[in-house]
Ligand binder design. Structure first.
Ligand code: PNS
Length: 170
């Protein structure tokens, strides 16, 4: 049984992430999408919200499960008997950072955790969660960036945060 973990912030999940999830799920027997619980990054969505969104969007893929983790990925992987981490590469600019993380994970795990890179499909090469949040902030069109379910959750968040700011200013 070949298991893999796809770790990330997923704040929020984009079509680029979904593309990697679907393709990795076709390669491995079991794929765990693991959402990093890192308060230092002050995410827009809570871990629970991100897990729920990914669960909703992957419920048709039988061998995908969604989880969250804190701390080091190597510790999460070891405790779940997982030896492959999946990451997407959009462009050569991703590579330097991803190579460093992959090498660090091999070192920390004493060779027990390898990284499997998938190149992002070209139509999603421009996409990132940060860009998606910026588009949502200015009410731009997100049709080609995120599924409608994620778009709805984004606009709920953006509208709520605008309301909070407005009531703070009164
Ligand atoms: O979606 P992201 O933010 O690019 O994902 C980054 C992630 C979650 C894969 C990476 O930050 C991570 O694995 N963090 C957990 C802490 C860790 O293991 N760090 C050591 C490797 S540098």
């Amino acid at each position: 049984m070949k298991r893999a973990v796809y770790p990330g912030s997923f704040d929020p999940l984009t079509y680029g992430h979904l593309d990697i999830i679907r393709r990795a799920a076709g390669i491995f027997d079991e794929l765990t999408v693991a959402v990093l619980n890192n308060n230092a990054k002050s995410p827009l969505f809570s871990v629970e919200e991100r897990v729920k969104m990914i669960e909703e969007m992957t419920k048709d893929i039988a061998n995908v499960e969604v989880d969250s983790f804190s701390g080091l990925l190597v510790d999460y992987a070891a405790s779940h008997d997982i030896h492959v981490s999946v990451r997407g590469l959009r462009a050569v600019t991703d590579f330097e950072y991803e190579l460093q993380v992959a090498q660090t994970n091999r070192l920390l795990s004493r060779g027990e955790l390898d990284t499997f890179f998938l190149t992002t499909s070209l139509e999603y090469a421009y996409l990132s969660s940060s860009v998606v949040k910026e588009i949502a902030e200015f009410h731009g069109n997100l049709d080609r960036c995120v599924p409608e379910y994620v778009e709805q959750r984004l606009y709920e968040k953006v509208l709520v945060s605008k309301r909070v700011v407005r009531s703070d200013q009164q």
